[in-house]
Ligand binder design. Structure first.
Ligand SMILES: NC(=O)c1ccc[n+]([C@@H]2O[C@H](COP(=O)([O-])OP(=O)(O)OC[C@H]3O[C@@H](n4cnc5c(N)ncnc54)[C@H](O)[C@@H]3O)[C@@H](O)[C@H]2O)c1
Ligand SMILES: [Zn+2]
Length: 357
């Protein structure tokens, strides 16, 4: 599939894989539009792919995780309220997951919601975050505590943007691509394993194959559970430990790389509970996860007390116990809500001695 028509209770929307950059000129021609472009994307593509955008209606935003908060959104509100267009304004965002979250939150709240179009430019945003309609902001030092459900009306995915991504950002996206292919089951994982050597060379036609499969898997998990009440929660595979590591590393470990570590840890817990065979746990670690972990966490970042404290802030918790999404034999995913601190500690020990020493 190259176009996804996604049903949402907020608005139905489409995501489209573009073969040429012609869509850019069409976006530039939208009436009453305002463009927000990630500063690094502008540096690399401002004079080429983005040359057709109207300079008078364009904001170039520096991007960092510590700008993904209410201050970052306020900066955008200040600009948007000065424009003559109000509820009939269209905001077009060109950037990665951070720009998506800041602009999506702003678009969903200003005037109780305006039209919003998203052009994702990172692998993570193209293969994962662009669909699903979540917008999230960090608050009080914790990740993604604030947010709304608000999908863009249109998403345009153009793989050549990815050629300029820094290595760590590319491998961050690859972490989510791996997660989604694992969730897709053995065939989807096998196709990824065969594609991986090509993928890391960033040939756009190979990237499109992986992006398409990743979005198909995400789409299948989201269907019928837009608001994260059941099956969709499983998309947080690797994120329980992952979010904790992002926060203990003060965001030095990029999101998708933290997810790889999170999957390693979750698989160790599953193997210790005999839900996942030790052979499969080790095979996944050695064939897929570790070779694509390029930003390795230090011993301090995996400090047991710090990780446990961070895991206690997980939004999925409903009581005192810790929660974890676990993969079992047969590639089935399950949310457990009786994870014990001792299991987390044992998994961290094993991770350190087996895989990160
Ligand atoms: N809303 C959601 O559903 C959702 C889902 C997953 C992740 N996220 C969030 O997304 C964020 C991570 O997003 P990301 O991985 O896309 O990173 P990002 O937005 O931080 O971008 C990474 C870096 O790449 C730069 N960049 C972007 N596009 C580029 C390009 N084409 N060429 C060169 N540089 C480019 C950015 O300026 C930034 O420095 C996290 O905050 C995470 O919480 C949101
Ligand atoms: Zn993620």
């Amino acid at each position: 599939m190259s176009t996804w028509n996604i049903h949402s209770n907020i608005r139905d929307y489409t995501a489209n894989i573009e073969n040429t950059p012609d869509f850019m000129a069409e976006l530039a021609a939208i009436d009453r539009s305002y463009f927000v472009v990630d500063e690094n994307v502008w540096l690399h593509h401002g004079a080429t792919l983005l040359n057709c955008l109207p300079k008078e209606n364009l904001m170039i935003l520096p991007i960092s995780e510590d700008r993904k908060n209410l201050d970052g959104v306020q900066q955008l509100y200040d600009k948007l309220i000065q424009l003559p267009a109000k509820r009939n304004l269209t905001v077009v965002s060109v950037g990665g997951g951070i720009l998506q979250d800041i602009t999506g939150f702003a678009a969903s709240t200003i005037y109780r919601g305006i039209n919003w179009v998203f052009v994702p430019t990172t692998l993570l945003a193209q293969a994962d975050s662009c669909i699903g309609g979540k917008t999230s902001l960090n608050y009080g030092g914790s990740k993604n505590l604030l947010g709304t459900f608000y999908p863009p009306s249109h998403i345009h995915i153009y793989a050549p943007f990815l050629l300029s991504l820094a290595t760590n950002d590319f491998f961050s996206g690859l972490g989510e691509v791996i997660k989604l292919h694992l969730m897709g089951g053995p065939d989807s994982l096998q196709s990824l394993i065969e594609l991986l050597p090509q993928l890391t060379k960033r040939n756009p036609s190979d990237l499109i194959v992986a992006i398409r499969q990743a979005l198909d898997v995400k789409f299948a998990y989201m269907e019928g559970d837009e608001f994260d009440l059941g099956r969709r929660k499983l998309l947080n595979f690797g994120h329980d430990f992952g979010h904790a590591l992002e926060s203990t590393s003060l965001f030095a470990i990029p999101h998708g790389q933290a997810v790889i570590v999170g999957i390693l840890a979750a698989n160790i817990v599953a193997a210790k509970r005999s839900c996942l065979s030790a052979d499969l746990e080790q095979e996944l670690a050695k064939k897929v996860l570790l070779p694509n972990l390029v930003v390795r966490p230090s011993r301090e970042m995996l400090d047991k007390t710090e990780i446990l404290n961070a895991m206690k802030k997980d939004k999925k918790r409903t009581g005192e116990n810790l929660v974890l999404i676990m993969m079992e034999d047969g590639f089935n995913l399950r949310l457990i809500d009786n994870l014990k601190p001792a299991e987390v500690e044992a998994a961290l020990d094993c991770l350190q001695s087996e895989y990160l020493a």
